[in-house]
Design a protein around this ligand. Structure first.
Ligand code: M6R
Length: 610
């Protein structure tokens, strides 16, 4: 969603800010803007539209400023137009702020400011905060104090950066529930809401804590709480390299990330499987090992693709560890007074680690005494920090809005957790070894699926004009049907639905005619024969069948219009392989339709609003 970049140093701020915003484009946005301090005043350029347009508006040759802040906005309060784009200013136009998050009590603050004679140009909560800071500056004549006082009055979430011509030697930034990172370079500092905007300049960073702020000058910085208590501001190292957030010759990040899956899965597995003992080493869970062993129930909560990964994990954990599992949409969980208590373990799955609904679900679970654990990709993200313990995916940065490699890493890590729990309960060493060896073989098997890309592209070429699509699977392949459908709809805008294959006859069968492609995940398991019957039912109604089947399957070719074969593995691990053709199919259909696959309309990479 929204993105923030700030710069203070010796170099030209405008270029660094624009390049930083370009690194954040993947998060999704609809307007962009920049505030630069120059000629004793704050100069603001903003617009509805892409960062490239903003870049063209800036006379880089003439602008010399070396301090500024910039923003990409994903509209929440008010339309995506010029007025609502950030930065926003106070009434004097001498203080500018950019803001991620939502100020929940903005109406009350605005009402009071209106009574005091202040005026507003936009519909945003952010402008209210800017005007509020301006009003407090009038009283205190101290920018830091004005920001601090304002932040103590607001409810909601924020990541903010503030510049002012009153005190032009500094940027002030703060966070509450919305990330803010200070990059420490040589004689310069870069502030950003996402490490992707910092990595080109430095790997040394401070992740601000909730209610922490930083005052950054060209020659140093100080961190403190918004109550003015000094903090330590621990310096950490960004855990990825710049090449990982570049396209490296691929046409799109999504395609690159699909092709990275052999490596991302290797990285998720690295050092975690002890094959000769059939065991799993998960250092991140050591501190909660006893609680996990005592667990009578596990709750998995997540949104979107991460929720699909959680649904698959339910099968894996119940099968290997015999612990009852419930899977909850994070957005529903938090509002329905869930029955949970101190004996429950709640795992939150999130690629970004910033999804607001998932974060709120964790807080609800914590309030009720449950142990909360994070399965997160982005190191240092809010969910990783708010949970008691957890495991990183180590999939590397995922830039494409449609999750691909993070999903397969989520499945991999959840399989590791299931094995870890299983081995400490009922699972034999022999079974542990067998499952572990199969997991180690997954990356090479994905490589062989990727070698079929041309064939999958041909299928996409035949079906890209359809308006509806059905994805069907049973057992552990049912969540995969949901994920296949989500992948297609989010990047191609074709309507798609996922169903358990046997449910088809209870309704969706009415949709089937000769124009309807049905993608069956028909891999070998104990219900394979039943899936073949479902395929027959579709063929009888002249639906077009695209099947994902295992190599060596001699029966399916005569039933399906197209078969994509994937290598054999244990049925419980099949989704990790079978999703790859589904990702490629969606990608090539979307390309054929000319869609913006990396930044599909209306979508954001991390959803930090309700
Ligand atoms: O970062 P998270 O995993 O918490 O994100 C959850 C969903 O917003 C995300 O999976 C979304 O559904 C993706 N666009 C799916 O491709």
């Amino acid at each position: 969603m929204c993105g923030i970049v700030g710069y203070i140093g010796k170099r030209k701020a405008s270029e660094i800010l624009i390049n930083g915003l370009k690194r954040l484009e993947y998060r999704g946005y609809d307007s962009s803007g920049v505030a630069l301090y120059e000629n004793d005043k704050i100069n603001i350029l903003k617009q509805q539209g892409k960062v490239n347009q903003l870049d063209r508006m800036i006379p880089h040759d003439m602008v010399k400023s070396n301090i500024g802040i910039a923003h990409t906005r994903w509209a929440t309060h008010g339309f995506p137009n010029y007025e609502n784009a950030h930065p926003h200013t106070d009434n004097s136009k001498e203080i500018a702020i950019v803001h991620n998050g939502i100020i929940e009590n903005y109406s009350a603050i605005k009402k009071k400011l209106l009574q005091d004679g202040y005026t507003f140009e936009s519909d945003t909560d952010t402008e209210v905060l800017a005007v509020f800071i301006g009003a407090l500056y009038k009283k205190t004549k101290n920018l830091e104090q004005a920001v601090r006082l304002a932040l103590n009055e607001v409810d909601g979430t924020y990541g903010i950066a503030v510049v002012s011509s009153y005190e032009p030697d500094k940027i002030i930034a703060a966070r509450l529930g919305s990330p803010m990172i200070l990059g420490i370079g040589e004689d310069e500092y870069i502030l950003a809401s996402d490490a992707a905007a910092i990595i080109a300049h430095t790997k040394q960073v401070i992740y601000l804590e909730d209610k922490e702020m930083v005052v950054v000058r060209g020659d140093g910085y100080s961190t403190k709480t918004i109550d003015n208590l000094a903090t330590t501001g621990d310096i950490k190292e960004i855990d990825f390299d710049i090449e990982q957030i570049e396209k490296s010759g691929y046409e799109h990040f999504m395609l690159k990330e699909i092709f990275e899956q052999p490596d991302s899965i290797r990285n998720s597995l690295r050092g975690r499987l002890i094959i000769d003992k059939g065991n799993v080493r998960l250092g991140g869970l050591n501190s909660v090992r006893d609680k996990l062993l005592r667990a009578k129930r596990i709750i998995l909560t997540a949104c979107g693709t991460s929720w699909h990964a959680a649904l698959t994990a339910e099968y894996l954990i119940e099968q290997l560890a015999h612990i009852p599992v419930e899977v909850e949409y994070a957005s529903e969980f938090r509002y329905r007074n869930p029955i949970i208590g101190p004996d429950d373990i709640v795992f939150a799955l999130s690629q970004s680690g910033e999804t607001l609904d998932t974060l709120a679900a964790i807080k609800e679970a914590q309030l009720k005494g449950a142990t909360t654990l994070g399965i997160v990709n982005v190191v240092g993200s809010t969910i990783a920090r708010e949970t008691e313990a957890g495991i990183y995916l180590h999939a590397g940065p995922e830039i494409g809005v449609a999750s691909t490699k993070a999903y397969t890493s989520q499945l991999t890590v959840m399989a590791l957790i299931a094995l870890y729990l299983g081995r400490q309960r009922y699972l034999s060493q022999l079974d542990g070894k067998r499952i572990g060896s199969e997991m180690m073989a997954l990356p090479d098997k994905i490589t062989s699926i990727l070698a079929q890309t041309d064939k999958i592209k041909e299928i996409a070429d035949q079906y890209y004009q359809v308006t509806n699509c059905l994805y069907l699977g049973r057992g552990v392949n049912f969540p995969l049907a949901l994920e296949g459908a989500l992948k297609l709809k989010e990047i191609s805008y074709i309507h798609a639905e996922g169903y358990p294959a046997a449910e088809m006859k209870h309704g969706p069968i009415a949709l089937i005619d000769e124009n309807m492609p049905i993608i069956f995940i028909a891999t070998q398991d104990e219900i394979y024969d039943k899936v073949l019957s479902n395929i027959e039912e579709v063929r009888t109604r002249r639906g077009k069948v695209i099947a994902i089947a295992n190599e060596g399957d001699t029966r399916i070719a005569s039933l399906a219009n197209h078969v994509i074969y994937i290598p054999n593995t244990l049925p419980m691990l099949n989704p990790i392989l079978a999703v790859v053709p589904l990702q490629l199919l969606s990608y090539y259909i979307a390309i054929k339709l000319g869609r913006d696959v990396d930044q599909p309309r209306n979508l954001a990479k991390s959803v930090t609003v309700e």
